[in-house]
Design a protein around this ligand. Structure first.
Ligand code: UT7
Length: 400
């Protein structure tokens, strides 16, 4: 947390200084899906561009994938977890209603000095989270934040509904944001919601008004399973995508033609092609990896961003546009000027540095204790047994 005495006056900037991803090993191809619902690889590729997606194993969850992505971001940013002030996890597939998945990730990675909460804005969630965290940093309230998009969509699919189950997959992506007085980082963000169209896409849970006693929604929706009116969502997405990018660029004080790469929500190749046409951009301006991961909801933008950077598509100083859309119906767009990996210079007094060092050491100790605690617990009874045996042998030797 920023020390009020040491906090210089704004302007501050929120820079992305680390990033990471976590995806399950298991691949499910279109052919695999065609074995249990009436569909074909040709139909799915032609209508969506998706060829395969990742599916979480029994030991993987929204927390484990998110934690992997977060640890990658910390490693890339050369920052110890104990120095993180805030963790925002954007997800539609949390482990529980509470505790938040962000809190579970916070414990898993040893971010012992962070606040943590989940953010529900469906596929727009990562951009919403980015803006919330960036604003906290720009206000001077905090120094460092992790923004994670993590999903296990396979667990909320109705695997008998070919209109939705072909689209989604599991995964996570994360960014590490850090405060600096150097201009750059998250330059703008626009967040919007059209709640009047909420009915087109959802996952009913316990509080849902239209659930009957048999946990079936009155309109036929299933408890804990996704439903979607694909055509309505498609129309919404093509309406907001190009407009959102133009508005975010204007707010950042740049022209759309200044943007170096657009990282859109990875829902459907046809939606992205339509946006490219509307903006008069070549398709290559849009980074896509939906052919390999499908739609991973809140994880799709950070996952695509990480792979785009790995492929050399993002360079220091570039203007990157993020645009998300989905349940709510929500949409959100942001322009980021790329900083690159590693900590950015910031003013930190010697007392603050000492505090941070102490926090870092204490957190490392607690993690080691957590990791090896069960081992110690197993060793302790064994030690007792050895002591008892020794005493018995001594007695035998003494001839008792
Ligand atoms: O992250 C949330 C955002 N979500 C989205 O962005 C999703 C947006 N929507 C879409 O991507 C598309 O609407 C879908 C891919 C979901 C569907 O594509 P579509 O071109 O809108 O298909 P449709 O729903 O109009 O269906 C066309 C036909 C229908 O058959 P008939 O009535 O013409 O005989 C469907 O029953 O295709 C049929 N169909 C399928 N056929 C084979 C629907 N799903 C499938 C399928 N395999 N999986």
């Amino acid at each position: 947390m920023a020390d009020p005495k040491e906090t210089p006056k704004p302007p501050y900037y929120a820079h992305i200084v680390g990033w990471g991803m976590g995806v399950p090993e298991k691949v499910m191809t279109n052919h695999d899906i065609s074995a249990f619902v009436e569909t074909t690889d040709e139909w799915i590729v032609a209508r969506t561009g998706i060829r395969e997606r990742r599916i979480a194993s029994d030991s993987e969850s929204t927390m484990t994938l998110g934690a992997k992505a977060a640890l990658g971001a910390l490693q890339m940013g050369s920052l110890h977890a104990s120095l993180v002030d805030l963790i925002v996890c954007a997800t539609s597939t949390p482990e529980c209603i509470f505790p938040s998945t962000a809190s579970l990730i916070q414990s898993e990675i040893g971010a012992d000095n962070a606040g943590a909460f989940d953010l529900s804005a469906a596929c727009s969630g990562f951009v919403y989270g980015l803006q919330m965290a960036a604003q906290s940093i720009r206000s001077g309230a905090i120094d460092t934040a992790l923004v994670i998009g993590s999903e296990t969509m396979s667990r909320v699919m109705d695997w008998t509904d070919r209109g939705t189950c072909i689209l989604f997959g599991d995964g996570a992506g994360a960014v590490l944001l850090q405060r600096s007085e150097q201009p750059g980082g998250v330059l703008s963000a626009i967040l919007r919601s059209e709640g009047k169209n909420a009915k087109h896409l959802g996952i009913p849970t316990f509080g849902s008004q239209d659930l009957d006693l048999h946990h079936e929604a009155i309109n036929g929706h299933k408890m804990g399973k996704m439903y979607m009116d694909g055509q309505e969502v498609f129309k919404f997405a093509t309406r907001v995508l190009s407009d959102g990018i133009k508005r975010a660029a204007a707010d950042a004080g740049i022209k759309p033609s200044d943007i170096n790469l657009i990282v859109p929500h990875q829902a459907n190749m046809r939606i992205i092609d339509a946006a490219a046409r509307q903006l008069g951009f070549d398709k290559s301006m849009f980074y896509t990896n939906l052919d390999r991961y499908g739609n991973t909801s809140a994880a799709s933008i950070p996952l695509a961003m990480v792979e785009a950077e790995r492929e050399g598509r993002i360079k220091k100083g570039d203007y990157i546009a993020f645009i998300g859309f989905g349940g709510g119906l929500t949409w959100a767009a942001s322009i980021v000027q790329w900083t690159g990996a590693g900590a950015v210079p910031r003013k930190t007094g010697p007392m603050k540095q000492l505090e941070l060092l102490q926090a870092s050491a204490a957190s490392s100790f607690r993690r080691i204790k957590r990791q090896y605690g069960s081992l110690f617990n197993r060793i302790r009874p064994e030690q007792g047994r050895i002591e008892r045996l020794k005493r018995r042998m001594d007695k035998v030797e003494d001839g008792d």
